[in-house]
Design a protein around this ligand. Structure first.
Ligand SMILES: Cc1cc2nc3c(=O)[nH]c(=O)nc-3n(C[C@H](O)[C@H](O)[C@H](O)COP(=O)(O)OP(=O)(O)OC[C@H]3O[C@@H](n4cnc5c(N)ncnc54)[C@H](O)[C@@H]3O)c2cc1C
Length: 542
């Protein structure tokens, strides 16, 4: 007998899981179809070398929404997140270093500029005031642009009014800050605040993470802000570590979903969305199984959904053309390494565990260095002097590596998503991995020889393994034309696709990428609303 579900979700990434749990808690019959043998999408913990486990893609947590943690009782399902003792460590070639962390940053920055140190508190307060606005909008459906439906348009106008109200409460000076953060470049914004390079490099790094652009590209300041709207255990803006790795988050989500009654099917790649009589009617899996559902929700990115899983004839032509030009390709290269010992930094010597080992270690001393890395990648595919963040998760979590040994993530920014000479990443992966390791080795000369094993993800590998189009870690660039009411595409910011009964719940929808759970939460709210209202043309009533 064929099972008919209320909702079939394509993809068991964290947003698919969150969405499924909320839908099941609302009484809907839900199936999640995940292509891989494990749920979690880019938020997974895997053994990548015998005896060594790591968060193999996403590796650090902050943006995961506290309401979702509570609603799904993720703590009850085993999740524990701890804050890093030190947020960042920036070793410099001249033997100096900068440490950034609670109560420390001011003294550290003063080593380079007293004036910058004095400005820190004001900078932080202004940024957090704007981040508060973003926090308030994260769990809201953005105002959607609708055509030809006066009642719906009125509803959207009210929604827009509510969002504008939140902005008005900011006051004029903070509104100016907000305008700058949504339009300016991260570099220009930081140059306006600070003089010394190291603090600009640490803050500016957030502006290039997952953003294949120069730190001086207009709009990059938003990406910096995007990395600030989270919290760890209530401390705003902090980044932390999930004990057991990022997979601990998604395993807890999967347990919450299963407890609510969701069917989670692993190794179940979806080949096609079934469209019957102009509405989504279910999915077809790779082996050809047809699974019928009254609504279909896509956790995959918009390009993958609309260009590969849906018959072009079922989509409005203009919409498909927009999806083709949707900008995807975050320029990310990712390595996991098993280490025989901790790196011994020239700027801060020592192989015994120090607080700097447990920080986000940034190898990118200036904004100019980051800009050059971008220019190099545009012309040659990658830079001889790449941007690397090193995170040694085992410095915080002894469940990941054998005693005395370690695991580290190398999160490398600015490689070309597609190589300019047309060659394949398969031809360059090993060489570029060597370069990334050598880049860390230049600052910690025991690093390369401490590497016992490594796992490499070029942009092409990220696409093959995790289904991320062009290896985009955010399911599409976080640039002004692809944010809020325009994410993924103007007119479809309310998680509803152009085909009735088809929804989106992944990072390609508001509020975008990162392990937030927010798109999954918001999409579920809209879907439940449609089921409850029995909205004509969307889904049949329950
Ligand atoms: C290398 C890397 C580092 C990152 N670092 C961080 C970080 O430290 N902190 C942070 O907050 N964020 C980080 N991110 C971003 C964050 O991980 C993503 O934005 C987020 O995981 C997206 O979640 P999602 O559930 O929307 O989609 P995904 O995690 O992409 O999940 C989509 C799911 O769909 C599945 N799928 C694909 N095709 C099909 C199909 N045809 N049929 C069935 N299933 C399918 C995939 O296998 C996957 O499980 C990182 C991402 C990457 C790649």
């Amino acid at each position: 007998m064929t099972t008919v579900y209320d909702v079939a979700i394509i993809g068991g990434g964290h947003n698919g899981l969150v969405c499924s749990a909320y839908l099941a808690m609302a009484g809907l019959r839900v199936v999640v179809l995940e292509r891989r043998g494990v749920v979690g999408g880019a938020a997974v913990t895997e053994e990548f070398f015998p005896g060594f486990r790591n968060s193999v893609a996403a590796y650090t947590v902050s943006l995961l929404n506290p309401k979702i943690i509570r609603d799904l009782d993720l703590a009850g399902h085993g999740l524990r997140v701890i804050e890093r003792p030190l947020a960042n460590f920036l070793p410099l070639e001249d033997g100096r270093y900068l440490k950034v962390g609670q109560g420390r940053t001011s003294d550290e920055v003063a080593k380079f500029s007293r004036r910058d140190a004095e400005k820190l508190a004001d900078y932080d307060a202004r940024l957090q005031a704007v981040a508060d606005v973003l926090r308030a909008l994260v769990l809201q459906t953005p105002p959607n642009v609708v055509e030809g439906r006066p009642l719906a348009a009125l509803g959207e106008l009210i929604r827009a009014g509510r969002a504008a109200q939140a902005l008005r409460r900011l006051g004029l000076e903070s509104q100016r800050e907000l305008l700058a953060l949504f339009t300016a470049s991260a570099g220009g914004y930081l140059d306006g605040w600070f003089d010394s390079d190291p603090i600009k490099a640490v803050f500016g790094f957030d502006g290039v993470v997952g953003n294949y652009a120069s730190p001086y590209t207009p709009g990059s300041a938003y990406v910096l802000l995007h990395h600030c709207f989270g919290a760890v255990n209530g401390r705003k803006g902090a980044w932390g570590h999930a004990i057991g790795g990022m997979g601990a988050i998604t395993q807890a989500m999967a347990r919450a979903a299963a407890a609510a009654g969701v069917d989670i099917r692993l190794a179940s790649p979806v080949r096609e969305v079934l469209v019957e009589k102009g509405r989504a009617a279910g999915v077809v899996t790779e082996p050809g199984e047809r699974i019928f559902a009254r609504a279909v929700v896509a956790n995959v990115d918009p390009k993958l959904l609309y260009l590969r899983l849906i018959d072009p004839a079922a989509l409005p032509k203009d919409f498909r053309r927009r999806v083709e030009t949707y900008r995807c390709g975050s320029g990310t290269f990712r390595l996991n390494v098993a280490l025989s010992e901790l790196p011994d930094f020239t700027a801060l010597p020592g192989r015994t565990l120090g607080e700097h080992h447990a920080a986000g270690i940034i190898i990118a001393p200036t904004l100019a260095y980051m800009e050059q890395a971008y220019f190099d990648a545009r012309t040659s595919g990658w830079s001889r002097r790449p941007i690397v963040e090193l995170v040694i998760a085992s410095a915080l979590d002894d469940t990941l590596a054998p005693p005395g040994q370690h695991v580290a993530s190398l999160f490398c920014q600015h490689v070309a998503p597609k190589l300019p000479d047309g060659s394949s990443w398969d031809d360059h992966r090993e060489r570029v991995a060597d370069l990334m390791i050598a880049t860390v080795d230049a600052y910690a000369p025991n690093f390369a020889r401490a590497v016992l094993g490594r796992q490499i993800f070029s942009p092409l590998d990220l696409e093959r393994t995790f289904g991320l189009t062009a290896g985009d870690i955010f399911h599409g660039a976080l640039e002004p034309g692809q944010l809020f009411s325009a994410r993924p595409i103007l007119g479809h910011a309310d998680y509803r696709g152009p085909i009735p009964g088809l929804y989106m719940c992944g990072a390609g929808t508001h509020p975008g990428g990162g392990v937030t759970g927010a798109p999954g939460h918001n999409a579920a709210r809209e879907i439940v609303r449609d089921f409850r209202r029995g909205r004509a043309g969307l889904v049949p009533p329950i």
